[in-house]
Design a protein around this ligand. Sequence first.
Ligand SMILES: NC(=O)NCCC[C@H](N)C(=O)O
Length: 258
Amino acid sequence: MPSKKALVRRPGPRLAEGLVTHIEREKVDPDLAVEQWEAYVEALGAHGWETIEVDPEDDCPDSVFVEDTVVMYRNVALITRPGAESRRAETAGVEEAVARLGCSVNWVWEPGTLDGGDVLKVGDTVYVGRGGRTNAAGVQQVRAAFEPLGARVVAVPVSKVLHLKSAVTALPDGTVVGHIPLVDRPSLFPRFLSVPEESGAHVVLLGGHRVLMAASAPRTAELLTDLGLEVVTVDIGEFEKLEGCVTCLSVRMRELYA
Ligand SMILES: NC(=O)NCCC[C@H](N)C(=O)O
């Protein structure tokens, strides 16, 4: 059953201490971050998404990146076991939120690790990035959770960026977009479009031909507009300093039964 709900989580007071792995640390402005987050939530709302705030987890600097804590397939929520130890406490609040929405809940167990940012769904194909945050046991547990529901799980090596979805996401027609220097194996994707900017690889599907992108990728926005898409942009610069992207600030739930 189609639904248009999205989980979001307000940035906490320790946001500036969030993890950085592949980039140099830059000072984060916490007030600007809150403003940018509010504008992001507003953009989702303006395009028909009902946003649901997960209770804040103020001790966890990275809790705003809610996408990493749960993966949805149909009505089933797979609560992750984040690869970074400092992020493990983020999942409890998310578990409550998805249970309240009537999802069937499943968990990734030790020794598995999985970050939601490593999971890209394109139709019934579920690409899982095996990289710094998601291990082989995590990939196997995604298979065990979703293949019985009809998913086809495809494992993808990720070595150049934090998560699979830092490297690639998919357009409404299923074409995978990525910035070639950061994609380990573009040939794994049946239809691949190279984009000129790193953050141009990050699109959130808003519905129909509309996509949400970061303001930091103007040349990609132009390319996608020229291909007939409607591009909505938001400035998420403070989150980009922490290796965040538009995808990781929400969990879109398109097939809830409740
Ligand atoms: N899915 C995502 O792209 N998540 C971004 C997480 C950034 C956070 N600073 C982290 O390193 O975990």
